[in-house]
Ligand binder design. Structure first.
Ligand code: ATP
Ligand code: MG
Length: 337
């Protein structure tokens, strides 16, 4: 890296080690907003004095109870410390980990796999700063030292040559950093999280280019769960909470459109799907243009859908999505100018 470009990442320093947590016990209901009556009685420990790498939480994240149950086992280290979530784009995989970290006061460090991934992207490397060379730790040693979560996104892209080194970490082994001469033993709270859209070159993978069938020995070091989109009821409730000023009919229509587009995607009728990510953005754009939305709901919904999704899809997929919207709007008696 040229010396004049400042590296904004924090240098290796005292903050790379675990900060003493301050533990309080709160109910599952209070921490995750779960409505199940039993959630009031179950208390979990949370760190109320989190370190600087604890993510911010999203108050509108809607938990799928079964997923949360599995994630609680994982953070408690029951049956293993590595957990992989897979499922369609925008279903809430990365954000589930982020939310869990944010709400329980854990620190989180991220790495993303890709075909040309190099080990130094996880471990760190020497950097020149103000005339001297310093080793800047990557997300892996940071998480191992602080007892945080290492999130490996798009884990199915891990190149075969890097799997052996990662397996050692997944087995609970130490990390050797030749540049600093360190052997880092994992903090007992260190956890590995991973996400993928598809695990194999099967039906799912057709839609996610570059997906490779994952190495079985690697895969079996994880516990796992499939994350599907929220049910229509849960997604509707979440949109009402996140965007309370959006007319109820519009939210109902949005969720139906998303549901139909997802079904068409799974059936192979379009190459475009519509994750919760896009749905929320669609709602935000319409909310910002509430006047035109109320004046001519269907046209404004179509305009906003193009803005957040279909301007970047193939024409034929755009026509399919807009066709779904037209059909649903026609059956809903939305206001027209
Ligand atoms: N359960 C949910 N409740 C509320 N919002 C959600 C939920 N799931 C996803 N979202 C919204 O979608 C966005 C994207 O979610 P996330 O990044 O977790 O998707 P992903 O499954 O990791 O997708 P990708 O495979 O494309 O990485 C979130 O930032 C949030 O705005
Ligand atoms: Mg993701």
């Amino acid at each position: 890296m040229p010396a004049q470009i400042k590296d904004k990442r924090p240098p290796a320093s005292a903050t790379d080690t675990a900060v003493t947590p301050r533990i309080e016990h709160r109910s599952l209901e209070a921490v995750f907003g779960i409505t199940n009556p039993k959630a009031k009685d179950i208390k979990i420990p949370i760190n109320v004095a989190p370190g600087r790498y604890c993510p911010r939480f999203d108050p509108f994240y809607e938990w799928q109870e079964d997923l949360l149950r599995q994630m609680m086992l994982w953070v408690n280290g029951v049956g293993g410390k590595n957990f992989l979530l897979h499922g369609p784009s925008g279903a809430g995989k990365s954000s589930a980990f982020q939310e869990l970290a944010a709400r329980t006061g854990r620190e989180m460090f991220m790495g993303t796999m890709h075909a040309r991934f190099e080990w130094s992207e996880l471990v760190g490397q020497n950097r020149l700063a103000e005339g001297s060379t310093k080793f800047v730790y990557g997300p892996l040693p940071m998480a191992m030292k602080t007892g945080g979560i290492l999130l490996i996104d798009e884990v199915n892209f891990t190149p075969a040559g890097q799997i052996g080194a990662l397996n050692k970490i997944l087995d609970g082994g130490p990390l050797e950093i030749p540049e600093t001469g360190e052997f880092i033993e994992p903090h007992p709270e260190f956890r590995v999280a991973a996400t993928a859209n598809a695990l194999a070159r099967d039906d799912d993978a057709v839609h996610y280019r570059g997906t490779q069938t994952m190495n079985l020995a690697f895969l079996q070091r994880f516990n796992g769960a499939r994350v599907d989109y929220l049910s229509n009821t849960a997604e509707t409730a979440m949109l009402h909470r996140a965007l309370p000023k959006l007319p109820g009919k519009v939210i109902t229509a949005m969720v139906q459109v998303a549901d139909d587009v997802r079904k068409a995607f799974v059936a192979g009728d379009t190459e475009t799907t519509m994750g919760t990510r896009v749905l929320r953005r669609w709602g935000e754009v319409m909310l910002a243009r509430l006047g035109p939305l109320i004046a001519n709901t269907e046209a404004e919904m179509a305009w906003a859908l193009q803005f957040v999704l279909t301007n970047l899809t193939k024409r034929v997929d755009e026509e399919a999505c807009l066709g779904v919207l037209r059909r649903i709007a026609a059956g809903m008696v939305l206001p027209k100018s």
